[in-house]
Ligand binder design. Structure first.
Ligand code: ADP
Ligand code: MG
Length: 398
């Protein structure tokens, strides 16, 4: 689960990290009052969407040479003007995809006098099985280019979870970021604070880009992007309360209500499969035959007819879906339950696209009978290979 920058900053501040003063707003009328609470004379108006690259982003509704999704303002009037320009419009950044994201919230922040922009993140480094800091002196808006072109400018420092961030670790990070004087003592305090926030809140990513050295020599967290481990959310009600579902894929929200493992993808073949392994294999084989899956969907082991119906409805509601492949190997999940769910869902929402069904395993005969007697226009398949070829052919022929 992701949260907005202003929420991440409030969270990091509660752990003691230095962040700027700021006020989130939801409508342009709130802009003047929000700005008047800040010291000025420099303000920053920041689009709050769950994607980075906002500074260099472009608004669909504004001329191509208009400023991006993070703007400096030198007076309260300019804050108000920029807020009106940005709210309600669609921001396209490197991370949003071409559809962009509508900006429904802004963060009005105190402007900082920046000397240097650094990069810092904490993530789970799977190669060493530990949390790790990733830092670079080359922070700011082009860290992806640094990673590609000059990877030697990036330091990855795994942390021993039993010891936490030791003074020696913090010193290494300070060295890598070339911090001296006040900035160095700020860093020695800040790095353990960020690590504590990461661990206590079960984050999967904490990215501060940029972490800045200000002209007064002090450190400040200027941007913050935080993701949480979904499997640990049950123990963080305070984090769940920060969820902004308008930022999430509607189909994924619907799926989460039914406890379905569903991930929306860009292709046109909707998949309903049981078991994550079989779901992955199904996606692979669709690709092998030259098409793209529209989703990953694992209906799980003991799914009920209602759950299967919900899953089928989510797939058919996706306008990108031009064909559906149901691929079930009945073990704990019984083929007749799947068949009943599919038939019930089709009766409710209709079927506008070709449907290939491959059933195998427990109660397969019952399942096939239910489908055959339903009068549905189903293309039957014998095995995974056959099923994939048939759905790809049906979609490409259409
Ligand atoms: P994004 O990474 O989505 O582009 P950032 O929050 O990193 O958004 O902002 C982009 C750039 O805008 C920063 O690299 C920094 O140069 C500038 N900036 C952001 N916030 C402030 C601020 N409070 N004061 C001064 N400059 C800022
Ligand atoms: Mg940034």
């Amino acid at each position: 689960m992701n949260i907005h920058e202003y929420q991440a900053k409030a969270l990091l501040k509660s752990f003691g990290a230095p962040v700027a003063e700021g006020v989130p707003i939801f409508s342009a009328d709130e802009a003047a009052e929000a700005a008047s609470k800040l010291p000025g004379p420099l303000y920053v108006v920041k689009s709050q969407i769950h994607a980075g690259g906002r500074g260099k982003g472009k608004f669909k509704e504004l001329p191509a040479d208009a400023a991006g999704g993070v703007r400096l303002a030198r007076s309260i009037d300019e804050v108000v003007q920029n807020a009106g320009d940005m709210l309600g419009n669609t921001l396209v950044t490197k991370q949003t995809g071409e559809h962009g994201k509508q900006v429904n919230r802004l963060y009005i922040e105190d402007g900082a006098d920046i000397d240097r922009e650094l990069y810092l993140s904490i993530l789970v480094d799977r190669t060493v099985g530990r949390p790790a800091f990733v830092v670079s002196t080359e922070g700011g808006m082009d860290i992806e280019a640094v990673a590609e072109e000059t990877p030697e400018k990036i330091l990855t420092l795994p942390i021993d979870p039993d010891a936490g961030v030791t003074d020696a670790d913090a010193a290494k990070l300070c060295d890598a970021l070339a911090l001296s004087g006040d900035a160095r003592s700020d860093g020695m305090t800040l790095f353990p604070i960020l690590y504590k926030a990461f661990m206590d809140k079960d984050m999967s990513l904490l990215e501060v880009n940029p972490l800045i050295v200000m002209t007064n020599g002090r450190l400040r967290v200027l941007d913050a992007k935080v993701s949480f481990d979904g499997n640990a959310l049950f123990r963080h009600d305070d984090i769940v309360a920060l969820r902004d579902t308008t930022e999430e894929d509607e189909k994924e929200i619907e799926a989460s209500k039914f406890d379905l493992a569903y991930v929306a993808l860009d292709g046109n073949i909707g998949c309903m499969v049981n078991g994550a392994g079989l779901a992955m294999a199904t996606m692979d084989i669709i690709k092998l035959y030259g098409a793209e899956p529209a989703n990953f969907l694992d209906v799980g082991g003991g799914a009920s007819k209602e759950k299967v119906t919900a899953a089928f409805k989510i797939i058919t509601a996706d306008p990108a879906v031009e064909g559906i492949l149901v691929n079930i190997f009945g073990g704990i999940m019984r083929c007749d339950t799947i068949a009943e769910g599919v038939v019930a869902a089709v009766k409710e929402v209709g079927l506008q696209v070709p449907l290939v069904v491959r059933l195998e395993g427990t109660n397969v005969e019952k399942g096939k009978k239910i489908i055959n007697e339903s009068g549905l226009n189903v293309i039957a398949a014998d095995d995974l290979d056959d099923a994939a070829q048939k759905i790809v052919k049906a979609v490409k022929g259409a």
